[in-house]
Structure formats: C-alpha cells, structure tokens
Design a protein around this ligand. Structure first.
Ligand code: ADP
Length: 594
C-alpha cells in the first residue's frame, strides 16, 4: 500500500476531486443500507399479515428514490475519481516527455526505444489505475464493507455477524498470496512486452534492410517466438488473476451457508425475525463487491507499485549535460578555439580525440576530414555539447562552451547531422522546424540556398507536400538539402555540416557551398566531409587520424604535403572522372580507403 504514500503529492493536488469522490462513495454506501430495511419491514408486515397497500407504495417509492439518488452519486464519483486519475496520466506523461527532451543522445543510445515507449504507455496506465480504480477499491472495501458489517452487527445480530465473517481471514490470506504471485508474473509479462515493442519498432524502421536481405521469414519467426513468450507470460498472469474471483465466490458461499444455517435457528427460537434474516442476507450480498474490491485492490496496487518504481527510476536519471549555476545566457560572437588534451567517451577507454588545437576565426570556414572513425563527428559534437570535454577546452568568443546555457548554445549553432530526420509534416513545416513563425518568403529563400527549391516545386503540392514517415519518399540528397535549409533558416552564427553533402552530386554540392559562401559572410561554418571537394575552398582544413590532427592547412598547402589528403584528393578526382566518363562505379561518396 506504500504506493498510496508515494502518490500522496497527487492526492493533495487533486484533493477536491478525491474528497468529493470519496464522500459520494460514502453517500452511496449509506443509501444502499436503506433498501434491505424496506425489505425487512415489508417481509415482517407480510408475516404478521399487517401489510397495507399504502405501506407497500410508501416503502417501494422510497426504494425508488434511493435508487435514483444512488444513480446520480454513481455518476459523480466516477467523474471525480477517474477524472483525477486521468489527469495524473497527463501529468506523468508530460513529465516523462520533458525529461526525455533533456536527456543526451547517450541516454537514448543506451536504452531501447520500445522500453521507453512501454514506460510512457503501460507503466503510466498502471499508475493511473492505482490513482483511480485503486482508490475506488480501497475506499469501497473500507467504507462500504465497514458500514455494512457495522450495520449487520449493531442493528441485527452481532453473533450472526461474527459467524458470517468467519471465512473472511482466509480471503485476506489468499488475496495477499495471489497478489505476491501476480506481482512477479506481471513483471515478467511487462518485460516480455517491452522486448516485443522494441522489436516492432526496430523492424518497422528497418523494414527496408530486412527486405533487402530477404530476412522476412526469419524475422517473422523471431517475432512469433517473442509473441508466444508474451502470451505465455500473460497467461501466467491470467492464471493467478483467475484465482481471485472463484476464491471470493467460495468464501461468500460459505458465509451464506453459515448465515442461513445459524440464522434459521435464531428465527425458530424467535431471537430473529424472518425480515431481519432476509435483511441480513441482502447485506451479505452487499459485502461481495467490497470483498472483490479488496482482492482487486492488491492486484492494482502491485502493478502500480512496480510501474511507479520504474517510472520514478527513469525520472531520477540526471541529464548528462546540464547548465552550470553561473552559466551565461548568450553566446558571444567570436573565434572558436579548441585546446583539447584528450576526450574519452563516457563508456570508452581509449580517447576519441587527443591534442586538438584549432583556432577558427569568426567568419571562417573550417574543413574537417579524415577516415571513418577518425573523430570528425566527435570534434563537432563537442562544440554542440552533446558531450562535455574538460572545462575551457572549447570556447567561442573567449567563453568556454561549458559556461554557456545549453539552450542558447544550441540556438546559436545550426547543425545538420549525418542522420537527418524529417517529420511527418509538410516540406515548409519541416524547413521551419526551428522557426515555426517563418514566412513563406524566408522558407523559399533558404530552400534556394540549399538548392532544393526547384525540387520542391516539382512535388505534387509544392511546399505543402507532406514528407516524413507518412508522406512522399524523398531521395537521400533531397532530405539532406531540406535539413540544410532547416539549419540555414535560423541564420546561425555557427553552421555545422556533418557530412551533410554526401548524397548530393558534385555540381549541387558546389552550388550549395557557393551560396553559403556568399550568404554567410562574417559567420562561421564547420564542414566535415568524406568527399574532399566539399572542403576545398575552406579557409582552413584539419585532417584527423585516430583522433589526432595529422595534417592541417589550406587545400593548396595540404596538396603540397604528400600526405593522406593529397592521396585521397587525387584518388577522388580520378573516381569522379571515371564516373563522368560513364563508368560503372555508380554514385560513390566514400572512398574504399576511408
Ligand atoms: P568519424 O565521424 O570520423 O567517423 P566519430 O567521431 O564518429 O568518427 O568516432 C570517433 C571514435 O569515437 C570512433 O572510434 C568511435 O567508435 C568512437 N565513438 C563515437 N561515438 C561514441 C560513443 N557514443 N561512445 C563511445 N565511443 C564512441
């Protein structure tokens, strides 16, 4: 029951709804006491042969009135309790979603999407149930159960009440035992569901690869096995669940038997009227629901407890990257400087970057090249503070990025990642993602800069064409250019293109870079690329090799050094000549050596 203690903050927040809801339940419990009284009076008058038509009309009308009042109360408590519990669902989901938005990519990297989704759906649903059905069953078993037992004992016959209640401790024992079993089995079922969720998510997003590798049958088989496991584990839950009701029915049956057996003796001996015995058995009937509620309560509370702990654990994970208390609220414009001795990823032993010393003047373009895994993305991510390097290792305008407010830093930087994401929205909305109030003219202007305007005009509904998961299929190059337009719309002080031109052809790449040069005077641009032509015109180029700067200089200077850059540049030039000459290489973006 400790879950109710943990949810106390919410009960306080919604105290009006809960107080009113519980008072209404109390009202219904009192109203329900009345009908058996009416039955007793009528039965006793019938036995004594004194029942008149007026009596019958009077007591029946009162019973009807009680029914109507109970109907109104029944409506009210549902609105109060379930309304409040649904608001808890909204509150927790919002909290969880906000929490997710604060988490670093590392957090999502470590956790499976299906798991996170299961927390936001199943777990929160179980907590909502505790705050709604849980409170209902607790209140009903205590209030209704208590009032009925009190009435039976004090107004009818306390001895008969004790006898009728003899089987009850067995019920308490059984329900707590079942509750325990249920908890363990439910946990396993939740886990299995979470794994299946994850599989669905992975398979849907990776459906192209599955088909390309002809793995449909294998995946189907694997999915079936997972589903079988979920079903088996849920059946195990259902088996225990199924024990609850029959146990209660058995216990209630024994109670009825004892009542009728002992009560009849009382009637024969004259200590109890037939009307009173009838009234008593009706009350015993009224006890079935509180008893069921009591058993059900364990079930709900067990589920709620496990789910609450899981959600709480997730909410207590601190974001990897946080604002320092004295973080400044703006990003000064100025030079970008890296003075980095070493950077090691949190879960790695070897440094991803070492001895990086770079100075990019404001308005310059820096090219970052190197083989796959040489540290290009890491170099750019550190500027964005997706991970934190040593304090003061990286600064903008003389201020370490670790001293800036994260939101402000990210607002100042336009980032086009390798894995561009388009949302299920129109092209215009996708471009205006970072600036939803952008005008159509502004959107078209950046689309022109990113050389995607003409393509968009050819789409069925132009800028209103829906793209993303539920929209038209775009080529990799089109997606890249829309992502570039999205970043350009913010007209950021610093623009990062992380291998963002890999899927566009050389001519388009040239046109985009030219447009950037013209439009981004006095603004800094960092470009990482596999194809060296993308950085050819950069003011400064660094070549990374196993996390260290192996070569540096302008294109001309690097071509004079007989290093990796020169070799790769010549090789790529040769490849593009072969392709232009109608070679069969296809569109090659990365050299086999890289
Ligand atoms: P590039 O962009 O040049 O391909 P990366 O910067 O992505 O290279 O990777 C540099 C090195 O850091 C690689 O050895 C890679 O395995 C490692 N690395 C990248 N991301 C992580 C991470 N999140 N955790 C641990 N190691 C990582």
């Amino acid at each position: 029951m400790s879950i109710f203690k943990d949810l106390w903050w919410f009960f306080k927040l919604e105290r009006k709804s809960y107080i009113l809801g519980i008072l209404t339940l109390l009202g219904i419990a009192l109203l329900h006491l009345f009908t058996p009284v009416a039955v007793r009076v009528i039965v006793d008058k019938m036995v004594a042969d004194t029942l008149t038509l007026n009596d019958l009309i009077f007591w029946s009308s009162l019973s009807l009135l009680v029914g109507v009042m109970a109907y109104g109360c029944g409506f009210l408590w549902r609105i109060m309790l379930f309304g409040a519990s649904n608001r808890l669902g909204r509150l927790l989901r919002n909290r969880l979603y906000n929490h997710f938005t604060k988490m670093s990519p590392q957090f999502f990297h470590k956790r499976r999407t299906g798991d996170l989704m299961a927390h936001a759906t199943n777990d929160i649903q179980a907590i909502v149930m505790t705050a709604g059905d849980g409170v209902l069953t607790l209140a009903d078993s205590i209030i209704t159960g208590g009032i009925v037992v009190f009435t039976m004992a004090f107004f009818i016959d306390w001895k008969l009440t004790i006898i009728a209640l003899i089987p009850m401790p067995f019920m308490a024992w059984a329900t707590s035992k079942y509750g325990n079993m249920l908890h363990k089995r439910f946990h396993k079922a939740q886990e299995a569901f979470s794994i299946t969720n994850d599989k669905v998510q992975e398979n849907i997003s990776g459906v192209r690869v599955i088909k390309a590798f002809g793995q449909e049958e294998h995946e189907k088989k694997e999915f079936k096995e997972l589903l079988d496991d979920v079903v088996d584990k849920n059946i195990a839950v259902a088996r225990v669940d199924a024990l609850f009701d029959p146990t209660i029915i058995l216990v209630v049956g024994i109670s009825f038997f004892l009542t009728v057996a002992y009560g009849s003796v009382g009637v024969v001996e004259g200590t109890l009227s037939i009307g009173e015995l009838t009234q008593f058995t009706i009350y015993l009937g009224h006890l079935i629901w509180p008893m069921l509620a009591f058993g059900w309560l364990f079930n709900i509370v067990e589920r709620g407890r496990a789910s609450y702990d899981r959600v709480d654990k997730l909410l207590n994970i601190q974001p990897d990257i946080e604002d320092q208390p004295d973080a400044i609220d703006r990003v000064p414009s100025g030079d970008i400087k890296y003075q980095l001795k070493s950077f090691i990823y949190p879960e790695s032993r070897t440094p991803a970057l070492q001895d990086i010393s770079v100075h990019v003047r404001r308005g310059e373009t820096l090219g970052v090249v190197g083989k796959t895994g040489s540290g290009k993305t890491t170099f750019l991510r550190l500027l964005l503070r997706e991970f934190d390097a040593a304090p003061s290792a990286i600064s903008i305008g003389g201020v370490p990025v670790t001293n800036m407010k994260l939101l402000k830093l990210r607002e100042a930087i336009g980032y086009v990642p390798q894995d561009h994401v388009l949302f299920s929205a129109t092209v215009a909305e996708n471009i205006a993602f970072g600036k939803p109030d952008a005008t159509r003219d502004e959107i078209e202007e950046v689309a022109r800069l990113a050389c995607i305007h003409e393509d968009i005009l050819h789409f069925d509904q132009g800028y209103e064409t829906v793209v993303g998961e539920r929209g038209v299929t775009l080529s990799g190059g089109q997606k890249q250019r829309i992502s570039i337009a999205r970043a350009l719309l913010l007209n950021p002080e610093i623009l990062i293109l992380d291998d963002s031109l890999s899927a566009v052809d050389a001519k388009t790449e040239h046109a985009i870079l030219e447009a950037l040069r013209k439009n981004r005077t006095n603004k800094t641009t960092l470009i990482s690329a596999h194809r060296l032509s993308a950085v050819e015109k950069a003011d400064h180029i660094i070549v990374l090799e196993e996390g260290r700067i192996a070569e540096r200089g302008t294109h001309e200077e690097l071509m004079k050094q007989n290093g990796w850059y020169k070799e790769m540049y010549e090789q790529q030039q040769l490849e593009s000549l072969v392709m232009e000459g109608g070679g069969t290489f296809g569109h090659q973006t990365a050299s086999p050596l890289s």
